[in-house]
Design a protein around this ligand. Structure first.
Ligand code: IFL
Length: 442
């Protein structure tokens, strides 16, 4: 074919694609996309409260292949909907890893090698969530190793195997390696290709482009990105802030309909540097703030010694909540507590063990956020970590292996550690009670 003719055909094809995106957008105009209004999230001109759970594996269950379990996914969504959950925080992509503490299979098997059957699981999930009027936050990378994540990108580039911090216990070294991702040109180029692939995807089930799908509340850069390890330098911090700003800008350029968030843990993921947390969220391309609260991970609470450590944990935990809400107000942006959790009693993993302390903890977190939301403060909602639903482990040591049920506890942690099972009735009743209160705020 002569060159001029092929250029003309390409131009015609591009304008046909643009026309169909515009027509699709016009058809969805009845429903607004999520946005912000000062310190609140907003939908159709009204405040929107995220009453959510984490379910990183939602796309995995949605796959039509051997890994998926669509029948289970539908049951889980129905159960979550029935207890008032309106939002899920979900992993979009995983990178193939050799580590035992990472999920298998992965959506990306090497640069540019995507598992389309697994990716289509996210299509199914989105379609089913839309039917249930639920929204989704989709994260596009992971600072931790359980889905491959940033260290796997770096391993593909330097050819060196990832050191599993679950084995070496060298978390400082791991975090340093993970954060080197922000500075690698090759990693950023490859990652942006994946971002583009997901953000501009057309849902194979509904035929709707993701860009025009109002189910998506926000694109999230990564799960818990940190600037480096606990001793991150000022230079590393500024590289991190620049990375956030530039990547968020890139996503907004691809998709002007949806918000973008960081996935940050807040001050504890920012070397306790308030200026850094503020700088990271001051970008005009970051629409709202995020933070996470892990009182046991941060040694504020000892699950084996609850009586002695509970009061201090609670005091530090509630201070952490209030402090972040106050920062959000000052910045005039909404804030979502998008992860929190506590162990089952005495650090058990078994579904038969009790959850008295967890239940007390959930109630206090919900109540603190609800009361401040009622006062009109900068509360955009919460996602508890995480929904295990009907998943059960078959392993005595509670570690995940390929082929096991997926649950909210990712493969880097014991199965049953923080997740809520569908048999945890006392916890579920508290989740439902506060979901109703939050929904009544509108
Ligand atoms: O499973 C962890 C997950 O990687 C996360 N934050 C804390 C969770 C519980 O330790 O994002």
């Amino acid at each position: 074919m002569n060159k001029l003719i092929s250029i003309c055909i390409a131009a015609l094809l591009m304008s046909a694609i643009n026309l169909s995106l515009a027509a699709e957008k016009a058809a969805t105009n009845k429903v607004d996309f999520f946005t912000t209004d000062g310190i609140h999230l907003s939908l159709n001109g009204k405040p929107y409260y995220v009453v959510g759970s984490n379910m990183w594996y939602g796309g995995y269950l949605g796959s039509g292949g051997a890994v998926g379990d669509r029948a289970r996914l539908l049951k889980e969504l129905d159960n979550l909907k029935a207890i008032g959950i309106n939002n899920l925080r979900v992993l979009a992509v995983s990178e193939k890893s050799e580590l035992n503490s990472a999920v298998h299979p992965a959506t990306t098997n090497g640069f540019g090698q995507h598992d389309e059957e697994l990716l289509a699981g996210l299509d199914f999930l989105l379609a089913e969530m839309a039917k249930r009027d639920m929204s989704i936050v989709i994260y596009l990378n992971n600072f931790w190793q359980w889905s491959g994540g940033m260290t796997q990108y770096m391993s593909w580039i330097d050819g060196k195997p990832v050191q599993d911090p679950n084995v070496t216990n060298d978390w400082e070294g791991f975090m340093e390696k993970s954060a080197s991702f922000y500075q690698s040109k090759k990693a950023q180029t490859e990652w942006r290709k994946t971002i583009k692939k997901i953000v501009t995807r057309v849902n194979t089930i509904t035929g709707k482009s993701y860009i025009n799908d109002p189910t998506i509340l926000s694109w999230q850069l990564a799960n818990e990105p940190r600037p480096g390890n606990s001793k991150a330098s000022e230079k590393e911090k500024s590289i991190y802030v620049k990375w956030i700003n530039e990547t968020a800008k890139y996503i907004h350029e691809l998709d002007s309909n949806h918000m973008v968030s960081t996935g940050s843990e807040g001050l504890m993921g920012s070397t306790n540097d308030e200026k850094l947390f503020i700088d990271a969220h001051a970008s005009p391309y970051i629409n709202y703030l995020t933070y996470h609260m892990w009182v046991r991970n941060w040694s504020w609470y000892d699950q084996k010694n609850p009586e002695k450590t509970w009061d201090v944990a609670l005091q530090r935990g509630t201070h952490y909540l209030h402090h972040h809400i106050d920062i959000a107000r000052k910045m005039n942006k909404p804030i979502v507590l998008e992860e929190f959790g506590l162990d089952r009693d005495m650090g058990a993993y078994d579904t038969k063990s009790t959850t008295h302390y967890r239940d007390k903890f959930y109630r206090i977190v919900f109540d603190t956020l609800y009361n401040r939301a009622k006062n009109g403060d900068a509360i955009a909602g919460y996602n508890f970590w995480a929904w295990n639903g009907e998943a059960r482990t078959i392993r005595e040591n509670f570690w995940w292996k390929t082929g096991d049920d997926f649950m909210g506890d990712p493969p880097q942690e014991q199965q049953g550690m923080y997740g809520v099972f569908d048999s945890d009735i006392s916890t579920i009743l508290i989740i439902k009670e506060y979901a109703e209160k939050m929904h009544a705020l509108k």
